[in-house]
Write a protein that binds this ligand. Structure first.
Ligand code: CA
Length: 230
C-alpha cells in the first residue's frame, strides 16, 4: 500500500483529497502548513506528496526544496490559479506534475496513479542501460543507440540527453537544463538549450520525437508508455 502525504491548509480540500485517496486504498496523512508538512514527510517517508503551493509558515516551493534534499520523493503540486511563473518555479524545484484548482478528486487520483506508475516503471535509475522506445542509453559504455544504430553525440549532447532521460516524464525548464548541463547561470542564453535540443533530435532520428517541447517552459523526454501531450 502506497503512502501519500497531503499538505494543504484549506481543510475542505484536504479532507476531500484524503477521503478519495483512502477510498482508493492509499494510506494518507495530512498536514496543514509548511513546517509541519516537512516534519510529516520526514516521519512518514511517503511514496508521494500532494502539495499545495500557498501555505502558511513557508510555501509549497520551500517545502518542495526541503523534502527533496535528502531523498527524491514525487510531488504533485496544487496551484490556486494557472500562473505560469508558479508552474515554472514548481517544476524547476522538482514537482512531477501539477493540478490547478478547482480540480475533481477523481482527476487527482488519476494523476497520483500516473506518477506512481512512472516511478515504478524504472524511474529509480538503478540500471546502467536505459531503454525508452527505440532509444537505448548505456551509461557504463557511454553508448547511445536508436534501433541498434549507434548515435555519435558530443559530450554536451550526451549530458543533455542523460539529464532529460533521468527525469523522463517530467517537464524540465530551460533554466534547469542550462544549470545542470552547462553549469551556467539560468538567466543567460536559453537559446543555447533550444539549439542543442534541436541538434539532438536530428541525431536521434526515429527516436527524436521522444523529446517534447513544452511551450514556454522547456522540454520533456517522454517516458515509455506515456502518451504524447499538447
Ligand atoms: Ca493554500
Amino acid at each position: 500500500m502506497a503512502t501519500v502525504v497531503v499538505i494543504e491548509d484549506e481543510e475542505p480540500i484536504a479532507a476531500a483529497v484524503a477521503a478519495r485517496l483512502r477510498s482508493e486504498g492509499f494510506d494518507v496523512e495530512v498536514a496543514a502548513d509548511g513546517p509541519s508538512g516537512v516534519a510529516l514527510v520526514e516521519r512518514a517517508g511517503p511514496d508521494l506528496v500532494v502539495l499545495d503551493l500557498m501555505l502558511p509558515g513557508f510555501d509549497g516551493l520551500e517545502v518542495c526544496r526541503r523534502i527533496q534534499k535528502d531523498r527524491p520523493v514525487p510531488v504533485l503540486m496544487l496551484t490556486a490559479r494557472d500562473s505560469e511563473t508558479d508552474l515554472l518555479v514548481g517544476l524547476a524545484v522538482g514537482a512531477d506534475d501539477y493540478l490547478t484548482k478547482p480540480f475533481s478528486p477523481q482527476e487527482l487520483v488519476l494523476r497520483v496513479a500516473a506518477i506512481l506508475r512512472r516511478m515504478s516503471a524504472g524511474g529509480n535509475g538503478a540500471s546502467d542501460v536505459l531503454a525508452i522506445g527505440a532509444l537505448r542509453i548505456d551509461r557504463a559504455a557511454h553508448r547511445v543507440t536508436v534501433e541498434s544504430r549507434e548515435i555519435e553525440l558530443t559530450p554536451t549532447e550526451y549530458k543533455l540527453l542523460l539529464t532529460l532521460a533521468d527525469r523522463r516524464g517530467r517537464v524540465q525548464a530551460r533554466s534547469h537544463l542550462l544549470e545542470t548541463v552547462w553549469e551556467a547561470a539560468p538567466d543567460i542564453q536559453t537559446r543555447t538549450v533550444d539549439m542543442h535540443v534541436q541538434r539532438l533530435r536530428t541525431k536521434l532520428g526515429a527516436a527524436g520525437d521522444l523529446i517534447e517541447t513544452v511551450r514556454g517552459f522547456g522540454y520533456r523526454l517522454r517516458a515509455a508508455g506515456q502518451s504524447r501531450s499538447a
